[in-house]
Design a protein around this ligand. Structure first.
Ligand code: ZN
Length: 115
């Protein structure tokens, strides 16, 4: 295991882990419309039961959708797929009035203030 002092404070965790969730974004093209809908909901952090209720389908069908989505996106876990969902929100969401569209402020505004 690498000690934090070996890598410095600026070494990105994605780089250290040798993975970046954004690579899976290209897998979005392989998803069906229904799978895109499930993926968008997955980004809300809801569990399978809530997803099933929201989609009006059985929980086992949700599990099957999620498994296929994780595979098509080249991810290992549903959490990784959920991270991708958040990153790809604007490509997945068809609601023109969605308040989440372009809601993430520029990175410079999210850094801790020097004060
Ligand atoms: Zn939206």
């Amino acid at each position: 295991m690498t000690k934090r002092s070996d890598t410095g404070n600026t070494a990105c965790a994605y780089r250290r882990a040798g993975t970046d969730p954004v690579h899976g974004i290209w897998g979005l093209k392989r998803l069906t419309e229904r799978e895109r809908e499930v993926l968008l909901l997955l980004g809300t952090g809801l569990g399978n039961r809530e997803l099933a209720r929201e989609l009006g389908i059985a929980e086992r069908t949700v599990k099957a959708h999620v498994a296929r989505i994780v595979e098509k996106l080249g991810q290992q876990t549903r959490l990784q797929a959920a991270v991708l969902s958040v990153l790809a929100h604007d490509a997945l969401c068809a609601d023109p009035r969605c308040p989440r569209r372009h809601a993430v402020p520029p990175a410079a505004l999210l850094r801790p203030s020097a004060a």
